[in-house]
Design a protein around this ligand. Sequence first.
Ligand code: ATP
Ligand code: MG
Length: 420
Amino acid sequence: MSTFQAPKGTYDLIPPNSATYLAVREAIAAPLKNSGYGYVETPGFENVELFARGVGESTDIVTKEMYAFETKGGDKLALRPEGTASVLRAALEANLHKGGNLPVKLWYSGSYYRYERPQKGRYRHFSQVGAEAIGAEDPALDAELIILAHQAYRSLGLRDFRILLNSLGDKECRPVYRAALQEFLRGLRLDEDTRRRIEINPLRVLDDKREAVQEQLIGAPMLRDYLCEACKTYHEQVRELLTAAGVAYEDDPKLVRGLDYYTRTTFEFVHDGLGSQSAVGGGGRYDGLSEMIGGPALPSVGWALGVDRTVLALEAEGVTLDIPAATSVYAVPLGEEARRVLFGKVTELRLAGVATDFAFGGKGLKNAMKSANRSGARLALVAGERDLAEGVVQLKDLASGEQTPVALDAVVEEVRRALG
Ligand code: ATP
Ligand code: MG
């Protein structure tokens, strides 16, 4: 071990497990790439004000969890705690919304940072794959995103996840509900912090995880009883489209993402094998966000799925992904001349698209063959002085042990044939 360790709340992705992370990222991205979403990548940090406005001044993310700092040049920045604000900022900055081609559909994959109390499934550095569909109000778009996340989890082989669905109303009906909820909440016995929250962001009080708060919330007014006709119809259409697609969901009238610009559809993917960190992903419609960060009105919807928790969900269900061995062929030279010749063959094979590795460091035959087996390769190329004198290398099937001499200039062809 070195003097240093990974910082608290972080961990390293290391082979072979890191391959699972890559596969999960790819599995989540695949349905998006297949559905008209283009890849977007934004900086790991932004002006702190983007998140203050774009995530919300009253959220835990901004008040407690953000890594904010001032640079030597006096810029006030923050490591990104989430993706939506950055992606929308980038789309606006590039005028993607002006191409007359709405919605702008984007997907991303990256690292996010939150100063949280570390525990299983909750880290200070974590990974998300996300999707945003910017600039269209269409229940089919909300449904599309939920269906694609569902498809991603299914393709990974996950079964024990559930989709929770709710509507948060819009700027017509939400204020009426908000006022009714505030009136109800003001009558409860709550601490100072929570009282303040009632005035700033009352919906988030519903999300309070504490037992003492939850039991007082019984009988609180429910948003679904306040939805206007337009919101009801919209929500009904989303539900019908999901049902038609065979995607099961549960109506959860208490599911809130309590930011003022979150509107209508809101959803969360939860996994039942994860204990208290059960949310593997979440998202919803954010029709007001663009205006909050100085853009035009652009009704949008998106989600972010947590890669770390998805990997934990796979473990919880005992699912192992079928990840093919990285290496197909392993070359083992015996002697200096063989090193030179085989190294050339390795390069040739790689250029021909065959995943090939080489016994570096002048290992003896026994050690080199151990490495060959450990690499997962199906074939080994072994050559010593005598082979070279005859103009051949030995092609060895590592499973059967069968070995055949192959002419030097036929190696690529023979390897390809043997790999099928
Ligand atoms: P939670 O309620 O668990 O704090 P959240 O509402 O803060 O989750 P989102 O902001 O919706 O989470 O992020 C989407 C997904 O990103 C989560 O469902 C989760 O899988 C993942 N995620 C969020 N925070 C963390 C974290 N600190 N460590 C690992 N994964 C995280
Ligand atoms: Mg959180």
